[in-house]
Design a protein around this ligand. Structure first.
Ligand SMILES: Cc1ncc(COP(=O)(O)O)c(C=O)c1O
Length: 408
């Protein structure tokens, strides 16, 4: 079956609007994706028909809400090929998932002198929680270097860094700044041989390519619903069940307990022990709709489409004079970071917006990486399956206009 990508755009109401007098070209998908009608409808349906709190009531609406919420957990497990829905914790997003592991697993398992291995291309979400943990426990952060503008991990250095002192290796699957796709299965296998726990930040890969946690061999994996056509405020932390059930709760409150005494509490098993308080019920249900929507298209196809657009954009951008491109030439995920000589990244984004093209400019929450590359910011175009080649052409026209405007 061939996919009519142009037709798919009709499913996304937000794509059909003019910005500054031009049809919107939305190329800020790494920040958040647009939402198809099916996801918006799932949210509305829940609030119009089934709205009730979960797990606590035995009335009809509460039973429906609970069934739909738990069905979303089963769906999320399928989406990443987890062994069981008990390995799926609903979070607010990638950031909360990583903080949960740092606070719960990290506080229990790390001691002074232990190493936490990260890579130099991590998002702040996969740096700051570990810095906080290191401050609390006396553990030390160690970084696997990035080679330079081509943005690959320097794997020759891994043997030196992956020592028995390392207790956790946390790595990004797809870099939100470079577009690099890291060989996470291979990295996890090397860590596992030494008994090192692994965590994958899948914020930019989930919903963009098939994810199989069993094949990856990771211990934890975190992602956000809003980057895969779902709503904001919902995400998933996957954890191997053996690990989760040995971890203390992250937050205390309702819904995560078996029994509470004035001085003592016994907790539910995972995943519920990690979900204190009323969860984002509508978010989980709408994320379920997003996963169905993406799987109906096919994640292999989505991945190929994103990569084709990114390669085309890379090629066309490299034809501009004075352009500096970041990230690998080939095998990149669906985004391109770049700079134009003599123009600040924020100015690139501002001029592009005048032409209806939505880009992102800044440090993309990867300040240490950009400092290493010797820049403060880049402009970034990030694609999803509803983007087209003609939108890449609009990007290139907007960049040519930017260069004319600044006389470079
Ligand atoms: C690689 C990466 N990790 C983590 C995050 C944080 O995601 P969230 O803000 O949805 O928690 C992002 C968001 O841009 C990201 O790109």
């Amino acid at each position: 079956m061939t996919i009519n990508w142009q037709k798919i755009r009709e499913d996304f109401p937000a794509l059909h609007q003019a910005v500054n007098g031009y049809p919107l070209v939305y190329l800020d998908n790494a920040a958040t994706s647009q939402k198809p009608r099916a996801v918006i409808d799932a949210l509305v349906h829940y609030y119009e028909r089934d709205n009730a709190n979960v797990h606590r009531g035995i009335h009809e609406l509460s039973s429906r809400a609970t069934a739909a919420f738990e069905a979303a957990r089963i769906r999320a497990a399928q989406f990443i090929n987890a062994h069981s829905a008990d390995e799926i914790i609903f979070t607010r997003g990638t950031t909360e998932g990583i903080n949960l592991v740092a606070n719960s697993w990290g506080s229990k398992n790390l001691k002074p002198g232990d190493h936490i291995l990260l890579t130099e291309m991590e998002h702040h979400s996969n740096i700051v929680p570990w810095q906080l943990l290191a401050e609390r426990t006396g553990a030390k952060l160690v970084y696997l270097p990035v080679t330079g503008d081509e943005g690959l991990l320097d794997l020759d250095r891994l043997d030196l860094l992956l020592t028995s002192q390392v207790k956790l290796f946390a790595m990004v699957h797809v870099s939100n700044t470079l577009g690099t796709v890291n060989p996470v299965a291979e990295l996890c296998a090397r860590a596992r041989k030494l008994g090192i726990t692994t965590l994958i930040d899948a914020a930019q890969s989930a919903g963009h390519m098939p994810i199989d946690v069993q094949q990856m061999g990771c211990d934890f994996l975190a992602f956000s619903g809003h980057k895969l056509c779902g709503p904001t405020g919902i995400g998933v932390l996957y954890g191997r069940s053996g690990l989760l059930n040995a971890m203390p709760p992250y937050q205390g409150g309702g819904d995560m307990i078996l029994s509470v005494d004035f001085h003592q509490t016994t907790y539910k098993p995972a995943p519920h022990r990690f979900e204190a308080g009323t969860p984002d019920i509508s978010g989980a249900i709408a994320m379920h709709a997003a996963m169905d929507y993406l799987d109906a298209i096919g994640l292999e196809r989505i991945c190929q489409h994103d990569q084709e657009l990114a390669s085309y954009a890379y090629e066309r951008l490299s034809e501009l004079k004075g352009v500096r491109l970041f990230g690998p030439k080939t095998g990149r995920a669906g985004l391109v970071s770049f700079l134009l000589n003599g123009v600040h990244a924020h100015d690139i984004v501002t001029v592009a917006d005048q032409w209806g093209v939505a880009l992102r400019g800044g440090h993309h929450c990867t300040q240490p990486l950009l400092r290493k590359l010797g820049v403060e910011s880049t402009a970034r175009a990030s694609f999803y399956f509803y983007n087209t080649k003609s939108e890449v052409d609009r990007l290139i026209e907007a960049m040519a206009e930017t260069q004319r405007f600044f006389g470079v």
